[in-house]
Design a binder for this molecule. Structure first.
Ligand SMILES: [Zn+2]
Length: 488
């Protein structure tokens, strides 16, 4: 077990102070996180680092000698916004890349609030390479471009190494394209977590029936082969290496030489982009050019949400799954709660995450919590009827699906995260909550049908039934819960 020492966000930018970000921002370090060995980008090579793109230089990709292209075994694919060179043989998933890119430009324009006329003119050159030597021969890969592992963006052009997954090939192209349009049209030079996180957000896509959607939250792993961002965060959490939000925001311009920072940067941007309490403000930020004071702007805009952000980030990280349901997992953080007098009742909705009972439990006092009734945990292939003990045929976080859980959100105490991100520590009787100062929304007590509960701290009582953060939408019904104080 470890204790997070400080729940307050301090939007530390010290590590970035005095360092130019331009170098980072023109190199896109794009790693398929799905495979550990096929990892991070190369270190930015100073000889290849370009100044941040500007409207005058972005179109100035080096000249191409067209007579060398075909003899080198390279094809030229032309779209409205991209000229793509590739040595991959003709096949639909390759030949359609310019069409994918062209649709992306219109979507990026919306997301980033870009000038339409400038987007109309936006054009970039790209290379999807299987054999880099061919591109060198054709003059399409100048010596100034370092020996990167997956992707690299320079002035008005980018290069990516081919990927085994069609999804990830498109993803890399869209990642570099996002950098390209953010430099060229938006003229953004924000901090590393933001630039890489937004590139990841706007590269994460669906491509179905000739229609592109970007900025999607993956609904399952099969939808995004070889992406692996969610798995990285899950693994890091399980290994007790979960990052606080402030740690992600403080990434310096060398951090993205590793795989994990891509996952954390994406997770942070996706969190702000999706969370119902923060997304509108974040969307306004997305639509403005990001500068090196971006974190300071964030601090100002979210000044009153620091504590909430830190807590909700932890809950997001601890529960991150494909299809994470931000709406149903959002938490009422109101601390306006009344002490329990007599018999308090609360209906727990099966289709939501933690629910604020507005009941105050006080440290050292003994409470009885009991759940009654039936609710549904799904409808396919048949209705999954559950009671407060849960369904022992299915598990989540090592506990029966549907089992009643209780958490205390202290108003002053520090929440904790379990080291392995797993279920609450088991007791001899799983349905008997034990006194513990570790009862939090990350590390709840298991109540089941009924349990006596000595409050380890004073705080607001939260209840929920156990389920995946991606599995709430098909639940229905409520569990009637009674809470009353028992004499010690
Ligand atoms: Zn990048």
């Amino acid at each position: 077990m470890f204790t997070l020492p400080d729940q307050n966000l301090s939007w530390t930018v010290n590590r970035l102070a005095g360092r130019t970000l331009a170098g980072l921002l023109c190199v896109a370090i794009c790693a398929p996180i799905g495979s550990a060995t096929n990892g991070a980008e190369q270190a930015p090579n100073s000889s290849a680092v370009q100044p941040a793109a500007s409207p005058t230089n972005v179109q100035s990709a080096s000249n191409v000698d067209e007579t060398k292209i075909s003899p080198a075994g390279i094809r030229k694919l032309s779209g409205k916004h991209i000229t793509l060179y590739t040595d991959l043989s003709p096949q639909p998933s390759v030949d359609e890349l310019p069409a994918v890119f062209d649709q992306a430009v219109a979507l990026w324009q919306e997301f980033l609030g870009l000038d339409k006329a400038e987007c109309e003119r936006f054009h970039i050159r790209g290379a999807v390479m299987r054999d880099r030597e061919r591109f060198k021969t054709a003059g399409l890969l100048p010596p100034s471009v370092p020996d990167f592992q997956n992707g690299w963006t320079g002035k008005g052009e980018f290069w990516i190494n081919d990927q085994s997954s069609e999804y990830y090939r498109r993803h890399l192209m869209l990642h570099e394209g996002t950098h390209g349009i953010m430099f060229a049209v938006q003229k953004s030079q924000g901090p590393p977590w933001y630039m890489e996180g937004v590139a990841e957000l706007l590269a994460t896509h669906r491509w179905k029936d000739g229609q592109l959607a970007v900025g999607v939250f993956p609904s399952d792993a099969a939808e995004v082969p070889k992406l692996g961002r969610i798995e990285i965060v899950q693994t890091e959490f399980a290994r007790n290496r979960a990052l606080k939000l402030r740690d992600v925001l403080a990434y310096d311009n060398r951090a993205h030489l590793q795989n994990e920072p891509y996952a954390w940067s994406w997770a942070a941007v996706a969190f702000f982009h999706e969370h119902p309490r923060y997304r509108e403000r974040f969307s306004r930020l997305l639509k403005k050019p990001a500068r090196q004071d971006f974190n300071a702007q964030m601090r100002t805009i979210f000044e009153n949400d620091r504590q909430a952000l830190a807590e909700e980030w932890q809950i997001f990280v601890a529960n991150l799954v494909h299809g994470y349901d931000f709406e149903r997992m959002a938490i009422d953080l109101n601390t306006d709660a009344a002490p329990i007098q007599g018999n308090a009742e609360f209906d727990v909705a099966a289709n939501r995450g933690w629910q604020n009972t507005r009941l105050l439990v006080e440290k050292g006092r003994r409470y009885r919590i009991a759940g009654e009734g039936e609710f549904l945990l799904g409808t396919k292939p048949q209705p999954w009827v559950s009671q407060a003990n849960g369904i022992t045929l299915r598990y989540h976080h090592g506990l029966p699906l549907g089992v009643l859980l209780a958490g205390i959100r202290g108003t002053t105490a520090t929440p904790e995260i379990r080291p392995n991100g797993g279920p609450p520590q088991e007791t001899e009787n799983k349905h008997q909550a034990e006194p513990s100062d570790r009862v939090t929304l990350i590390n709840p007590a298991v109540i089941g049908t009924a349990a006596t509960f000595v409050a380890p701290r004073t705080g607001v009582l939260y209840l929920r039934v156990n389920d995946s953060a991606g599995g709430l939408a098909d639940n229905s019904g409520t569990l009637a819960v009674r809470v009353f104080e028992q004499p010690n």
